[in-house]
Design a protein around this ligand. Structure first.
Ligand SMILES: Cc1cc2nc3c(=O)[nH]c(=O)nc-3n(C[C@H](O)[C@H](O)[C@H](O)COP(=O)(O)O)c2cc1C
Length: 480
């Protein structure tokens, strides 16, 4: 299969939205939409009046119009504007969600991929996180219904997903096993999805997208290829300098004086070993110089996956004022990206741009009332009476600890659900007037971004990024 050499990495929530993915795919490279929280984003875009009518156009193409109409009736506000923020939230996803929740998940994921693929035949992928399990079965069905070409997945070990893609491709229902804290040995909790619950006449077959697994070690690459429930078509090797979440360092956690995790030689992936696996692979994390593509190809890789450069281009979902502020600081050499070991409820280290007005600022973080109202990063646990409970380290620490959560965990945990929504213009405003603050999670390698903006300026496009990555051959090295 002739895969694209450059992958625009999936960036949630809503940073790599359909516009960015489409712009990249139109240039002949792989555009990847973030599949995280698309259900919530769709409801918010509709409540904000759906400027341009894109969400409604996507819904009009959904194969079951009764489902589409129910969603519009509940969430679309004709009078809405982009500065509306008093959103009605859809019900949180649980182990056994209502039909309404599943309809919204399938339709929202369909819409994003449908729009990214509209009017061209370029490659469009979608990125999901293994850590956010509950929505995945319905969401993956939705993207396949829209004909997605690639499913990319990291943040965990998604062994069951390739087989799930196979089941859906055969027109069958599918299940995944959920992580359950406090489960008995041998006890499994399944999340089952049956297309017939959402569609009046589900297609008998669907195209099986290629599956790319995002890993941070040779062992994990090997595990995915040898033990997954279906074919792994490629591997993305992501370095700890990459934007978003990072794998924790191997071995015991040591922190620098500033409090960042210390990574060492054990965290380096051996590309020679990768080449022996006979599976195409892409390098990610600081592979965004003008010669990174050539360097990665020389190391035996198929190409590169790039995030940060695309995250701040014109077509990305970040609010324009946040892009500008960030890029001005990068240009001036004043932007610092911090790898926080405890800010994410997932337990994985996460990158944070230390930027004013975001919840990277301790004072703003402390001002926020710790409520959990979107719930994507909740952990499932088994209560003493056997009932399944839900807890998030970013909710009120008292509540988290009362639910049996580890008292050490919650101190620094930020509500990423709300902060990442805020960064793309979908911040929630509460009755008292409090508006959720954003968070930016770029990669730590900013040199290539500085070169790019020196060449093009602060308002550059996805096509500029691709020309930059695929043009002249310079001296800098890709961090791999
Ligand atoms: C703002 C931002 C959000 C990201 N979100 C995700 C995500 O939701 N899922 C994921 O697998 N990777 C995510 N990433 C990682 C990218 O897909 C990509 O692998 C990474 O950014 C590559 O490193 P670079 O930033 O040095 O180019 C994110 C990166 C950025 C910059």
């Amino acid at each position: 299969m002739e895969h694209p050499r450059i992958i625009q990495g999936g960036m949630g929530v809503g940073v790599s939205d359909w516009r960015l993915a489409r712009a990249v795919a139109l240039e002949g490279e792989m555009g990847v939409v973030s599949g995280t929280a698309l259900d919530i984003l769709l409801t918010r875009r509709l409540q904000q009046g759906d400027p341009g009518g894109h969400m409604r156009r996507g819904l009009a193409a959904f194969p079951d119009q009764e489902v589409a109409q129910r969603i519009l009736a509940r969430y679309y506000r004709e009078e809405g504007t982009p500065d509306f923020h008093r959103f009605e939230n859809p019900p949180m996803i649980t182990v056994e969600p209502s039909r309404e929740v599943e309809e919204l998940l399938v339709a929202a994921n369909f819409v994003e991929v449908y729009l990214a693929k509209e009017g061209h035949s370029g490659a469009v992928g979608v990125n999901f996180l293994e850590k956010i399990q509950l929505p995945n079965p319905a969401a993956i069905y939705g993207v396949m219904l829209a004909g997605v070409d690639y499913v990319l997945m990291g943040a965990g070990i998604p062994l069951e997903i390739p087989g799930l893609l196979d089941a859906y491709a055969r027109g069958e229902a599918g299940s995944i096993t959920l992580a359950l804290e406090g489960a008995e040995k041998g006890e499994t909790l399944l999340r089952h999805f049956d297309p017939a619950r959402v569609l009046s006449s589900p297609p008998a077959q669907l195209k099986r997208p290629a599956f790319l697994s995002i890993v941070s070690s040779n062992v994990l690459a090997q595990t995915m290829v040898s033990r997954a429930s279906g074919k792994v078509d490629g591997i993305i090797v992501e370095d700890h300098t990459a934007g978003g979440h990072n794998a924790p360092p191997r071995g015991p956690l040591h922190l620098t004086d500033q409090g960042e995790p210390v990574y060492g030689p054990k965290d380096q992936v051996d590309t020679l070993r990768m080449t022996k696996m006979d599976v195409p692979f892409w390098m990610a994390g600081s592979c965004s110089d003008e010669n990174s593509l050539e360097r990665s190809e020389k190391a035996g890789a198929w190409g590169i996956q790039v995030g940060t450069l695309f995250a701040f281009c014109r077509e990305s979902g970040f609010l324009p004022e946040l892009k500008k502020k960030f890029l001005q600081a990068v240009e001036a050499g004043k932007m610092r990206v911090f790898t926080h070991p405890g800010a994410s409820p997932t337990g994985y280290p996460i990158k944070m741009a230390l930027m004013e007005g975001t919840i990277a600022e301790e004072a703003l973080f402390a001002q926020r009332k710790r409520v959990c109202n979107l719930g994507l990063l909740r952990h499932l646990y088994k209560k003493e009476d056997g009932v399944i409970g839900y807890r998030c380290p970013a909710e009120s620490p008292e509540l988290f600890i009362r639910k049996g959560g580890d008292p050490e965990t919650p101190q620094d945990a930020r509500c990423l659900c709300n902060a990442l929504m805020a960064a793309v213009g979908a911040a929630m405003e509460y009755a008292g007037g409090y508006l959720e603050k954003p968070l930016l999670v770029p990669g730590e390698y900013l040199d290539s971004l500085r070169v790019l903006i020196r060449k093009i300026g602060l308002d550059y496009t996805a096509a500029d990024v691709i020309r930059f990555l695929d043009s002249s051959r310079g001296e800098e090295t890709c961090s791999s």
